[in-house]
Design a protein around this ligand. Structure first.
Ligand code: ZN
Length: 480
Protein backbone atom coordinates (compact mmCIF):
# COMPACT_ATOMS: atom_id res chain seq x y z
CA UNK A 1 0.00 0.00 0.00
CA UNK A 2 1.31 3.37 -0.94
CA UNK A 3 0.62 6.20 1.48
CA UNK A 4 1.27 9.87 1.17
CA UNK A 5 1.51 12.49 3.86
CA UNK A 6 -0.24 15.84 3.57
CA UNK A 7 1.06 18.68 5.75
CA UNK A 8 0.00 22.26 6.28
CA UNK A 9 1.76 24.66 8.62
CA UNK A 10 0.55 27.53 10.75
CA UNK A 11 3.58 29.54 11.77
CA UNK A 12 3.35 32.14 14.53
CA UNK A 13 5.95 34.88 14.36
CA UNK A 14 6.46 37.58 16.97
CA UNK A 15 7.08 40.96 15.37
CA UNK A 16 10.02 42.93 16.74
CA UNK A 17 8.21 46.23 17.20
CA UNK A 18 9.19 48.40 20.15
CA UNK A 19 5.73 48.23 21.70
CA UNK A 20 2.91 45.70 21.94
CA UNK A 21 0.08 45.19 19.44
CA UNK A 22 -2.63 47.20 21.18
CA UNK A 23 -0.90 49.19 23.96
CA UNK A 24 2.37 51.04 24.55
CA UNK A 25 4.00 48.44 26.81
CA UNK A 26 7.52 47.49 25.60
CA UNK A 27 7.62 44.29 23.54
CA UNK A 28 10.80 42.82 25.00
CA UNK A 29 11.83 39.23 25.65
CA UNK A 30 13.40 38.20 28.93
CA UNK A 31 12.32 41.01 31.30
CA UNK A 32 11.38 40.41 34.96
CA UNK A 33 8.02 38.60 34.93
CA UNK A 34 4.91 40.80 34.98
CA UNK A 35 6.77 44.10 34.69
CA UNK A 36 5.64 44.92 31.14
CA UNK A 37 1.87 44.98 31.49
CA UNK A 38 -0.90 47.56 31.62
CA UNK A 39 -4.71 47.48 31.87
CA UNK A 40 -5.01 47.01 28.09
CA UNK A 41 -2.79 43.94 27.71
CA UNK A 42 -4.06 42.57 31.04
CA UNK A 43 -7.60 42.77 29.69
CA UNK A 44 -9.04 45.00 32.44
CA UNK A 45 -12.67 45.98 31.90
CA UNK A 46 -13.01 49.33 30.17
CA UNK A 47 -9.43 49.48 28.87
CA UNK A 48 -9.40 50.23 25.14
CA UNK A 49 -6.88 48.89 22.61
CA UNK A 50 -5.27 50.93 19.82
CA UNK A 51 -3.59 49.45 16.74
CA UNK A 52 0.23 49.53 16.52
CA UNK A 53 0.91 51.02 13.05
CA UNK A 54 4.45 49.62 12.96
CA UNK A 55 3.08 46.10 13.47
CA UNK A 56 0.72 46.58 10.52
CA UNK A 57 3.66 47.78 8.42
CA UNK A 58 5.81 44.77 9.43
CA UNK A 59 2.96 42.34 8.74
CA UNK A 60 2.30 43.90 5.33
CA UNK A 61 6.02 43.79 4.53
CA UNK A 62 6.15 40.09 5.42
CA UNK A 63 3.12 39.49 3.21
CA UNK A 64 4.61 41.32 0.24
CA UNK A 65 7.95 39.50 0.59
CA UNK A 66 6.02 36.20 0.66
CA UNK A 67 4.21 37.09 -2.57
CA UNK A 68 0.86 37.82 -0.91
CA UNK A 69 -1.70 40.45 -1.80
CA UNK A 70 -2.12 43.02 0.98
CA UNK A 71 -5.79 43.70 1.48
CA UNK A 72 -6.87 47.34 1.31
CA UNK A 73 -9.48 46.47 3.95
CA UNK A 74 -8.90 44.18 6.89
CA UNK A 75 -10.38 43.92 10.34
CA UNK A 76 -9.86 42.37 13.76
CA UNK A 77 -12.11 39.74 15.30
CA UNK A 78 -12.50 38.36 18.79
CA UNK A 79 -11.60 34.73 19.26
CA UNK A 80 -13.26 33.71 22.51
CA UNK A 81 -11.77 31.06 24.69
CA UNK A 82 -10.80 30.59 28.28
CA UNK A 83 -7.21 29.85 29.04
CA UNK A 84 -5.17 30.87 32.09
CA UNK A 85 -2.55 32.69 30.01
CA UNK A 86 -5.17 34.93 28.42
CA UNK A 87 -6.74 37.18 31.06
CA UNK A 88 -9.26 38.77 28.65
CA UNK A 89 -10.74 35.33 27.85
CA UNK A 90 -10.51 36.30 24.21
CA UNK A 91 -7.71 36.93 21.77
CA UNK A 92 -7.87 39.74 19.24
CA UNK A 93 -7.15 38.07 15.89
CA UNK A 94 -8.32 38.23 12.27
CA UNK A 95 -10.69 35.62 10.88
CA UNK A 96 -13.02 37.13 8.29
CA UNK A 97 -10.73 39.76 6.75
CA UNK A 98 -7.04 38.88 7.14
CA UNK A 99 -4.36 41.41 6.20
CA UNK A 100 -2.61 39.31 3.51
CA UNK A 101 -3.79 36.50 1.24
CA UNK A 102 -2.67 34.22 -1.60
CA UNK A 103 1.11 34.10 -1.38
CA UNK A 104 3.68 31.38 -1.82
CA UNK A 105 7.17 30.29 -0.88
CA UNK A 106 9.26 28.46 -3.44
CA UNK A 107 11.31 25.71 -1.84
CA UNK A 108 14.17 23.69 -3.25
CA UNK A 109 14.77 20.18 -1.91
CA UNK A 110 17.80 18.57 -3.58
CA UNK A 111 17.21 20.53 -6.75
CA UNK A 112 13.44 19.85 -6.86
CA UNK A 113 11.64 23.17 -6.84
CA UNK A 114 8.11 23.38 -5.46
CA UNK A 115 5.75 26.24 -4.74
CA UNK A 116 4.08 26.05 -1.35
CA UNK A 117 0.98 28.22 -1.33
CA UNK A 118 0.31 30.60 1.55
CA UNK A 119 -3.42 30.89 2.21
CA UNK A 120 -3.22 33.96 4.39
CA UNK A 121 -1.29 35.96 6.94
CA UNK A 122 -3.31 37.39 9.76
CA UNK A 123 -2.40 39.58 12.69
CA UNK A 124 -3.09 38.82 16.32
CA UNK A 125 -1.72 39.21 19.82
CA UNK A 126 0.35 36.71 21.77
CA UNK A 127 -0.85 35.21 25.06
CA UNK A 128 1.04 35.12 28.37
CA UNK A 129 3.37 32.35 29.38
CA UNK A 130 2.85 29.59 31.92
CA UNK A 131 5.64 27.99 33.92
CA UNK A 132 4.90 24.61 35.45
CA UNK A 133 7.19 23.61 38.32
CA UNK A 134 7.98 20.05 39.35
CA UNK A 135 6.13 20.56 42.63
CA UNK A 136 2.90 21.08 40.70
CA UNK A 137 2.82 24.87 40.97
CA UNK A 138 2.04 26.96 37.92
CA UNK A 139 3.33 30.50 37.61
CA UNK A 140 2.26 32.97 34.98
CA UNK A 141 4.08 35.80 33.23
CA UNK A 142 1.85 38.29 31.43
CA UNK A 143 4.75 40.15 29.74
CA UNK A 144 4.13 38.25 26.52
CA UNK A 145 0.41 39.16 26.51
CA UNK A 146 -0.19 41.48 23.59
CA UNK A 147 3.14 41.01 21.76
CA UNK A 148 2.30 41.46 18.05
CA UNK A 149 2.07 38.20 16.15
CA UNK A 150 1.51 37.24 12.57
CA UNK A 151 0.18 33.81 11.76
CA UNK A 152 1.30 32.53 8.38
CA UNK A 153 -1.06 29.81 7.20
CA UNK A 154 0.10 27.56 4.38
CA UNK A 155 -2.08 25.35 2.21
CA UNK A 156 -1.60 21.61 2.77
CA UNK A 157 1.07 21.47 0.05
CA UNK A 158 3.91 19.87 2.00
CA UNK A 159 4.62 16.16 1.94
CA UNK A 160 7.51 15.31 4.25
CA UNK A 161 9.98 16.57 6.82
CA UNK A 162 12.47 17.69 4.12
CA UNK A 163 9.89 20.00 2.56
CA UNK A 164 8.70 21.24 5.94
CA UNK A 165 12.27 22.13 6.91
CA UNK A 166 12.97 23.82 3.57
CA UNK A 167 9.76 25.86 3.90
CA UNK A 168 10.49 26.96 7.47
CA UNK A 169 14.12 27.80 6.70
CA UNK A 170 13.15 29.96 3.74
CA UNK A 171 10.40 31.64 5.74
CA UNK A 172 12.72 32.33 8.67
CA UNK A 173 15.48 33.67 6.43
CA UNK A 174 13.06 35.97 4.60
CA UNK A 175 11.70 37.42 7.85
CA UNK A 176 15.24 37.86 9.18
CA UNK A 177 16.23 39.79 6.05
CA UNK A 178 13.15 41.98 6.45
CA UNK A 179 14.10 42.64 10.07
CA UNK A 180 10.48 42.27 11.18
CA UNK A 181 11.22 39.55 13.77
CA UNK A 182 14.19 38.22 15.69
CA UNK A 183 12.97 34.75 14.61
CA UNK A 184 14.74 33.35 17.69
CA UNK A 185 13.06 29.98 17.92
CA UNK A 186 14.55 29.21 21.33
CA UNK A 187 12.76 32.33 22.63
CA UNK A 188 9.50 31.29 20.97
CA UNK A 189 9.63 34.13 18.44
CA UNK A 190 8.90 31.64 15.65
CA UNK A 191 6.80 28.55 16.35
CA UNK A 192 4.99 26.18 14.08
CA UNK A 193 1.75 24.23 14.37
CA UNK A 194 1.88 21.14 12.19
CA UNK A 195 -1.36 19.87 10.64
CA UNK A 196 -0.77 16.41 9.29
CA UNK A 197 -2.86 13.67 7.69
CA UNK A 198 -2.16 10.67 5.51
CA UNK A 199 -4.06 9.16 2.61
CA UNK A 200 -3.58 6.47 0.02
CA UNK A 201 -1.95 7.81 -3.11
CA UNK A 202 -4.90 7.16 -5.42
CA UNK A 203 -7.44 8.75 -3.07
CA UNK A 204 -8.53 12.32 -3.73
CA UNK A 205 -10.09 13.02 -0.35
CA UNK A 206 -7.83 14.10 2.50
CA UNK A 207 -7.51 11.97 5.61
CA UNK A 208 -8.41 13.13 9.15
CA UNK A 209 -5.70 15.43 10.43
CA UNK A 210 -4.04 15.94 13.77
CA UNK A 211 -2.33 19.06 14.98
CA UNK A 212 0.93 19.39 16.90
CA UNK A 213 1.23 22.89 18.34
CA UNK A 214 3.99 25.31 19.24
CA UNK A 215 7.00 23.46 17.87
CA UNK A 216 10.09 25.66 18.02
CA UNK A 217 13.06 23.54 17.02
CA UNK A 218 13.92 22.34 13.52
CA UNK A 219 15.25 19.07 14.90
CA UNK A 220 12.07 18.27 16.82
CA UNK A 221 9.86 19.39 13.93
CA UNK A 222 11.61 16.92 11.64
CA UNK A 223 11.27 14.10 14.15
CA UNK A 224 7.63 14.93 14.90
CA UNK A 225 6.60 15.02 11.22
CA UNK A 226 8.22 11.68 10.53
CA UNK A 227 6.90 10.01 13.67
CA UNK A 228 3.32 11.30 13.36
CA UNK A 229 3.14 10.28 9.72
CA UNK A 230 4.33 6.77 10.61
CA UNK A 231 1.89 6.57 13.54
CA UNK A 232 -1.12 7.45 11.38
CA UNK A 233 -0.16 4.98 8.65
CA UNK A 234 0.31 2.25 11.25
CA UNK A 235 -3.09 3.00 12.87
CA UNK A 236 -4.86 2.87 9.49
CA UNK A 237 -3.04 -0.26 8.34
CA UNK A 238 -4.15 -1.99 11.53
CA UNK A 239 -7.77 -1.10 10.84
CA UNK A 240 -7.98 1.83 13.26
CA UNK A 241 -9.25 5.37 12.71
CA UNK A 242 -7.52 8.71 13.13
CA UNK A 243 -9.24 11.13 15.51
CA UNK A 244 -9.13 14.84 14.81
CA UNK A 245 -7.21 16.11 17.81
CA UNK A 246 -4.40 18.21 19.15
CA UNK A 247 -1.35 16.18 20.03
CA UNK A 248 1.69 17.12 22.06
CA UNK A 249 5.15 16.13 20.86
CA UNK A 250 7.09 14.41 23.63
CA UNK A 251 10.74 15.18 22.88
CA UNK A 252 12.16 12.70 25.34
CA UNK A 253 10.06 9.73 24.27
CA UNK A 254 10.07 10.75 20.59
CA UNK A 255 6.31 10.23 20.22
CA UNK A 256 3.24 12.45 20.03
CA UNK A 257 0.57 12.04 22.71
CA UNK A 258 -3.09 13.00 22.59
CA UNK A 259 -3.90 16.28 24.39
CA UNK A 260 -7.46 17.25 23.58
CA UNK A 261 -10.00 17.05 20.82
CA UNK A 262 -9.33 19.67 18.24
CA UNK A 263 -11.67 22.64 18.34
CA UNK A 264 -13.42 23.75 15.21
CA UNK A 265 -13.56 27.36 14.19
CA UNK A 266 -17.19 27.75 15.32
CA UNK A 267 -16.21 26.76 18.88
CA UNK A 268 -14.48 30.11 19.28
CA UNK A 269 -17.60 32.20 18.63
CA UNK A 270 -15.67 34.74 16.61
CA UNK A 271 -17.23 38.16 16.16
CA UNK A 272 -15.89 41.48 14.85
CA UNK A 273 -13.80 43.27 17.49
CA UNK A 274 -16.01 46.23 18.48
CA UNK A 275 -13.20 48.25 20.10
CA UNK A 276 -11.06 48.63 16.96
CA UNK A 277 -11.69 50.29 13.61
CA UNK A 278 -10.98 48.39 10.38
CA UNK A 279 -7.52 48.75 8.83
CA UNK A 280 -7.86 50.64 5.55
CA UNK A 281 -4.67 50.77 3.50
CA UNK A 282 -4.16 52.97 0.46
CA UNK A 283 -2.22 51.57 -2.47
CA UNK A 284 0.39 54.36 -2.11
CA UNK A 285 1.09 53.20 1.45
CA UNK A 286 1.41 49.59 0.30
CA UNK A 287 3.86 50.71 -2.41
CA UNK A 288 5.92 52.56 0.18
CA UNK A 289 6.17 49.38 2.26
CA UNK A 290 7.10 47.39 -0.84
CA UNK A 291 9.96 49.81 -1.51
CA UNK A 292 11.38 49.21 1.94
CA UNK A 293 11.92 45.49 1.24
CA UNK A 294 15.68 44.84 1.01
CA UNK A 295 17.26 42.39 -1.43
CA UNK A 296 16.41 38.95 -0.04
CA UNK A 297 18.75 35.97 0.33
CA UNK A 298 17.94 34.25 -2.98
CA UNK A 299 18.30 37.56 -4.86
CA UNK A 300 21.67 38.19 -3.24
CA UNK A 301 22.87 34.69 -4.17
CA UNK A 302 22.29 35.54 -7.84
CA UNK A 303 23.99 38.91 -7.47
CA UNK A 304 27.09 37.45 -5.78
CA UNK A 305 27.44 34.74 -8.41
CA UNK A 306 26.92 37.03 -11.40
CA UNK A 307 28.54 40.23 -10.20
CA UNK A 308 31.32 39.02 -7.94
CA UNK A 309 32.05 35.57 -9.40
CA UNK A 310 31.43 33.85 -6.06
CA UNK A 311 30.55 30.15 -6.35
CA UNK A 312 26.90 29.27 -5.81
CA UNK A 313 27.74 27.18 -2.74
CA UNK A 314 29.75 30.01 -1.15
CA UNK A 315 27.02 32.56 -1.97
CA UNK A 316 24.51 30.33 -0.15
CA UNK A 317 26.72 30.25 2.94
CA UNK A 318 27.31 34.01 2.91
CA UNK A 319 23.58 34.75 2.56
CA UNK A 320 22.57 32.27 5.25
CA UNK A 321 22.59 35.19 7.71
CA UNK A 322 21.66 38.70 6.70
CA UNK A 323 24.38 40.22 8.89
CA UNK A 324 26.99 38.06 7.15
CA UNK A 325 25.71 39.08 3.70
CA UNK A 326 25.76 42.75 4.75
CA UNK A 327 29.29 42.24 6.08
CA UNK A 328 30.41 40.74 2.76
CA UNK A 329 28.87 43.60 0.73
CA UNK A 330 30.50 46.13 3.03
CA UNK A 331 33.86 44.37 2.55
CA UNK A 332 33.36 44.35 -1.24
CA UNK A 333 33.15 48.15 -1.33
CA UNK A 334 36.54 48.31 0.35
CA UNK A 335 38.67 45.75 -1.49
CA UNK A 336 39.53 44.63 -4.99
CA UNK A 337 40.08 40.96 -4.37
CA UNK A 338 36.45 39.94 -3.77
CA UNK A 339 37.29 36.31 -4.44
CA UNK A 340 39.81 36.22 -1.59
CA UNK A 341 37.33 38.02 0.66
CA UNK A 342 34.52 35.54 -0.02
CA UNK A 343 36.89 32.58 0.42
CA UNK A 344 38.09 33.79 3.79
CA UNK A 345 34.56 34.62 4.97
CA UNK A 346 33.27 31.17 4.03
CA UNK A 347 36.23 29.38 5.60
CA UNK A 348 37.65 31.48 8.45
CA UNK A 349 34.83 33.79 9.56
CA UNK A 350 32.17 31.08 9.41
CA UNK A 351 34.41 28.73 11.39
CA UNK A 352 35.13 31.36 14.05
CA UNK A 353 31.40 32.11 14.38
CA UNK A 354 30.69 28.41 14.80
CA UNK A 355 33.48 27.95 17.36
CA UNK A 356 32.12 30.83 19.46
CA UNK A 357 28.52 29.76 18.90
CA UNK A 358 27.49 33.28 17.88
CA UNK A 359 25.59 34.86 15.01
CA UNK A 360 27.19 37.22 12.52
CA UNK A 361 25.02 40.01 13.95
CA UNK A 362 26.91 39.67 17.26
CA UNK A 363 30.36 39.56 15.64
CA UNK A 364 32.94 42.16 16.75
CA UNK A 365 35.15 41.91 13.64
CA UNK A 366 34.32 44.92 11.48
CA UNK A 367 34.13 44.93 7.70
CA UNK A 368 36.73 47.75 7.65
CA UNK A 369 39.28 45.67 9.54
CA UNK A 370 38.57 42.51 7.57
CA UNK A 371 38.94 44.40 4.27
CA UNK A 372 42.21 45.89 5.54
CA UNK A 373 43.59 42.38 6.17
CA UNK A 374 42.42 41.18 2.73
CA UNK A 375 44.05 44.19 1.05
CA UNK A 376 47.37 43.56 2.82
CA UNK A 377 47.30 39.93 1.67
CA UNK A 378 46.25 40.94 -1.83
CA UNK A 379 49.20 43.36 -2.08
CA UNK A 380 51.59 40.68 -0.82
CA UNK A 381 52.47 42.47 2.42
CA UNK A 382 51.39 39.34 4.29
CA UNK A 383 50.63 35.88 2.97
CA UNK A 384 47.19 34.26 3.11
CA UNK A 385 48.15 31.98 5.99
CA UNK A 386 49.13 35.02 8.04
CA UNK A 387 45.92 36.78 6.99
CA UNK A 388 43.95 33.86 8.47
CA UNK A 389 45.85 34.13 11.76
CA UNK A 390 45.22 37.88 11.95
CA UNK A 391 41.52 37.40 11.17
CA UNK A 392 41.29 35.01 14.12
CA UNK A 393 42.94 37.57 16.42
CA UNK A 394 40.86 40.50 15.13
CA UNK A 395 37.74 38.35 15.60
CA UNK A 396 38.13 38.38 19.36
CA UNK A 397 40.36 41.40 20.06
CA UNK A 398 40.34 44.99 19.00
CA UNK A 399 43.71 45.25 17.27
CA UNK A 400 45.32 47.83 14.99
CA UNK A 401 46.18 45.59 12.05
CA UNK A 402 49.38 47.32 10.78
CA UNK A 403 50.69 47.67 14.35
CA UNK A 404 49.95 44.02 15.05
CA UNK A 405 51.83 42.92 11.91
CA UNK A 406 54.78 45.12 12.78
CA UNK A 407 55.09 44.16 16.41
CA UNK A 408 54.81 40.43 15.59
CA UNK A 409 57.07 40.66 12.48
CA UNK A 410 54.44 39.05 10.29
CA UNK A 411 55.45 40.72 7.02
CA UNK A 412 55.67 38.37 4.07
CA UNK A 413 59.15 37.30 2.93
CA UNK A 414 59.27 37.84 -0.82
CA UNK A 415 63.00 38.05 -1.54
CA UNK A 416 64.25 35.12 -3.63
CA UNK A 417 67.78 35.79 -2.48
CA UNK A 418 66.57 35.01 1.03
CA UNK A 419 64.33 32.10 0.11
CA UNK A 420 66.62 30.24 -2.33
CA UNK A 421 69.47 29.33 0.06
CA UNK A 422 67.04 28.13 2.72
CA UNK A 423 65.19 26.04 0.11
CA UNK A 424 68.52 24.52 -0.96
CA UNK A 425 69.35 23.61 2.65
CA UNK A 426 65.98 21.95 3.09
CA UNK A 427 66.40 19.88 -0.07
CA UNK A 428 69.94 18.86 0.92
CA UNK A 429 68.89 17.77 4.38
CA UNK A 430 65.92 15.71 3.09
CA UNK A 431 67.54 13.29 0.61
CA UNK A 432 64.73 10.75 1.02
CA UNK A 433 62.09 13.31 -0.06
CA UNK A 434 64.28 14.35 -2.96
CA UNK A 435 64.62 10.79 -4.26
CA UNK A 436 60.89 10.20 -3.69
CA UNK A 437 60.12 13.27 -5.76
CA UNK A 438 62.51 12.18 -8.50
CA UNK A 439 60.78 8.80 -8.67
CA UNK A 440 57.45 10.53 -9.23
CA UNK A 441 55.98 10.71 -5.73
CA UNK A 442 54.10 14.04 -5.77
CA UNK A 443 53.53 14.01 -2.01
CA UNK A 444 57.26 14.58 -1.42
CA UNK A 445 56.99 17.96 -3.13
CA UNK A 446 54.31 19.16 -0.73
CA UNK A 447 56.42 17.99 2.18
CA UNK A 448 59.42 20.02 0.99
CA UNK A 449 57.27 23.14 0.55
CA UNK A 450 55.98 22.67 4.08
CA UNK A 451 59.53 22.34 5.43
CA UNK A 452 60.67 25.53 3.72
CA UNK A 453 57.60 27.44 4.91
CA UNK A 454 58.28 26.24 8.43
CA UNK A 455 61.86 27.60 8.24
CA UNK A 456 60.32 31.01 7.64
CA UNK A 457 57.70 30.71 10.34
CA UNK A 458 55.14 30.30 7.53
CA UNK A 459 55.62 33.93 6.52
CA UNK A 460 57.28 33.32 3.14
CA UNK A 461 55.52 34.02 -0.13
CA UNK A 462 54.22 30.58 -1.22
CA UNK A 463 54.51 31.44 -4.93
CA UNK A 464 58.16 32.41 -4.48
CA UNK A 465 58.82 29.28 -2.42
CA UNK A 466 57.37 27.18 -5.22
CA UNK A 467 59.46 28.96 -7.83
CA UNK A 468 62.67 28.50 -5.84
CA UNK A 469 61.97 24.86 -5.11
CA UNK A 470 61.14 24.13 -8.75
CA UNK A 471 64.37 25.81 -9.80
CA UNK A 472 66.37 23.60 -7.42
CA UNK A 473 64.55 20.41 -8.41
CA UNK A 474 64.89 21.18 -12.11
CA UNK A 475 68.63 21.61 -11.65
CA UNK A 476 68.81 18.32 -9.73
CA UNK A 477 66.89 16.35 -12.34
CA UNK A 478 68.90 18.03 -15.14
CA UNK A 479 72.07 16.91 -13.38
CA UNK A 480 70.89 13.29 -13.20
ZN1 ZN B 1 0.11 46.87 27.90
Amino acid sequence: MKWETVIGLEVHVELSTETKMFCSCPAIFGAEPNTLCCPVCMGMPGALPTINAKAVEYAAMAGLALNCAVSPYSRFDRKNYFYPDLPKAYQISQLYHPLCTNGFIEIDVNGNKKKIRIKEIHMEEDAGKLFHSDSGETKIDFNRCGIPLIEIVSEADLSDEEEVTAYLEKLKLTLEYLGVSTCRMQEGALRADINLSVKKKDETELGVRTEMKNMNSFREIRRAVKSESERQISVLENGGVIVQETRRWDEEKGVSVSMRNKENVHDYRYFPEPDLPPIVLESEWIDLVKNKIPALAHERVLKYVELFGVSHADAKIITSQRALADFFENVCTRCENVKMASNLIVTEVVRLLKDDGIQASDMKLSAEKFAQIINLADRGDINVGTAKKIIAVAFSQNIDVPDYIKSNSLEQINDELVILPVAKDVVESNPKSLSDYMSGKKKAYGFLVGQIMEQFGFKANPTKVNECLMKILDEKSGGN
